[in-house]
Ligand binder design. Structure first.
Ligand SMILES: C[S@@+](CC[C@H](N)C(=O)[O-])C[C@H]1O[C@@H](n2cnc3c(N)ncnc32)[C@H](O)[C@@H]1O
Length: 467
């Protein structure tokens, strides 16, 4: 059996000065009109109702606009027909086109179509067309964006080099078998010259530098203004929290690379990442390393800054809003509160060996503990605190996906957390979002704030409730 789609014969049509029929007057037809205008076709538009943009084409050179319904004779003399109307109209156009052996592109109507439009990537004289046999135009759009991102910016140099090579092969009669390796060698040389690392002074003179930018807990609104500015100047961005995707619009021209965790594993080793940062900045590029929260709070930003310093690459740090305090704050919990908590301890809950000694040094009252990367060990952590003499009723909150659309929190007690968590000790991933544990009397302030609001909104009810 042949590959699905194999019976589609791909073609690029030269439409300049050729007659094309466009049936339909809505936004889809308007978009097709734009593409046909670019191709230089002579277009006849037929539709009872037209968008303003289509109606305005009435006087344009090479355009005929007929504000009426389709009639079969409209296909006469056409090289191609495009239907972007209702299904019955598309069907009528298809019948008329078929009878005259004319290809018809029926937009979003594969049953009526004898040809499909393609998702197009066009860069430096190279055109890539994508088809899903009319089945999934949205997927074609996504693939188009993906291809656009991977095609090199200097593609026109590739095209010029390939054209020069072709002329040379013809002149010296290069055998077919030798052409491909020669072209590859020529393109590699182009790439080598372009990407030759500069000396660290030249790299700096060319603007090469790395900025470690704290992205905040999630929402782009919580990125600092300086962070946004550095993103706007970046040539390349290495990011590790998927929530940073929302910041893409701040650096639309930059190339973005995800270097965060996939399925719980760092997708790229820290050493490799350090080398990448150095390599890119050594080419004179402005590199942004966008890190969740603050770059220096459990973000390995310090290691990156050190590696860059050893390589003589300038490194700037733009602090970020750390989830260590922001997650609690966004859940209404102040990590310090006069008379309740006068200190807070931030600890990684990743390994017992790390968090146990830290927890042992925390006063049992009057302070707050914030555990990052600790959801997996929440039961063990709560149990350990109970053993250390913390009260079972001490409030404890789990704050998930703070500053993201999936934000949530639940408040419990140390005793309940120790008991419940013991049976479902399955890790951060069981919530599908990053989260922090906040433990201490200050957690109760969030509920107090909520009660105060409720009382302010309905003073009588609140009074009755307290009687
Ligand atoms: C590798 S640490 C990075 C911390 C980051 N540098 C910071 O300052 O927020 C990742 C941990 O941060 C916490 N975290 C990060 N973003 C969060 C968010 N939006 N909501 C709750 N916790 C978050 C979670 O505990 C997660 O396991």
């Amino acid at each position: 059996m042949s590959e699905p789609g194999a019976e589609l014969f791909p073609l690029f049509l030269k439409l300049r000065d050729r007659a094309v029929l466009l049936v339909g007057g809505g936004p889809v037809a308007t978009a097709k009109a734009g593409a046909l205008a670019e191709a230089g076709a002579r277009v006849t538009v037929v539709a009872p109702q037209l968008t303003d943009a289509l109606a305005a084409l009435a006087g344009a050179r090479g355009w005929t606009v007929c504000q009426r319904g389709f009639v079969a004779s409209d296909v006469e003399g056409m090289w191609l027909a495009i239907a972007a109307a209702t299904s019955p109209v598309n069907r009528a156009v298809a019948d008329a086109a078929e009878a005259r052996q004319l290809f018809l592109v029926a937009v979003d109507d594969p049953a009526s179509a004898s040809a499909y439009g393609a998702g197009i990537v066009r860069k430096a004289g190279v055109t890539v067309a994508i088809s899903t046999s009319g089945q999934a135009p949205a997927l074609a759009g996504l693939l188009r964006e993906g291809l656009e991102a991977v095609l090199p910016d200097d593609l026109n140099d590739w095209v010029e080099q390939a054209a020069r090579q072709r002329a040379a092969w013809r002149a010296d009669g290069t055998p077919m078998a030798d052409r491909r390796p020669r072209l590859l060698a020529a393109l590699n040389e182009l790439y080598r010259q372009r990407n030759r690392p500069l000396s660290s002074e030249d790299a700096v003179a060319a603007g090469g530098r790395v900025t470690l930018v704290g992205a905040g807990p999630g929402d782009a609104d919580l990125l600092t203004r300086r962070g946004a500015e550095r993103l706007g100047q970046a040539d390349i961005v290495f990011y590790d929290a998927l929530s940073s995707e929302t910041m893409r619009t701040l650096a639309p021209e930059a190339r973005w690379f995800y270097v965060g965790k996939r399925a719980c594993r760092q997708s790229i080793a820290q050493d490799t990442l350090n080398r990448l940062l150095i390599k890119e900045a050594s080419r004179g590029r402005r590199v942004v390393r966008l890190k969740a929260g603050d770059p220096f709070v459990f973000g390995r930003g310090g290691e990156e800054a050190l590696a860059l310093a050893h390589a003589g690459i300038p490194c700037e740090v733009v602090p970020g809003v750390s989830s260590a305090v922001a997650a609690a704050a966004l859940a209404g919990i102040p990590v310090t509160h006069r008379g309740v908590s006068s200190a807070f301890t931030v600890v990684s809950g990743h390994h017992q060996a790390v968090y146990r000694p830290v927890l042992e040094g925390v006063p049992r009252t009057g302070s707050t503990i914030v555990v990052l990367m600790g959801l997996r060990h929440r039961a063990a952590i709560a149990g350990h605190l109970l053993q250390l003499g913390w009260r079972g009723e001490t409030p404890a909150a789990v704050v998930l996906g703070a500053a993201t659309p999936a934000a949530s929190r639940f408040v419990s007690t140390l005793a309940a957390l120790a008991a419940a968590g013991a049976s479902d000790d399955t890790g951060d991933e069981d919530f599908g979002r990053p989260g922090v544990l906040v433990i201490g009397e200050a957690v109760g302030v969030a509920a107090e704030i909520e009660r105060a609001y409720a009382a302010a909104a309905a003073p009588d009810a609140a009074e009755k409730g307290t009687r």
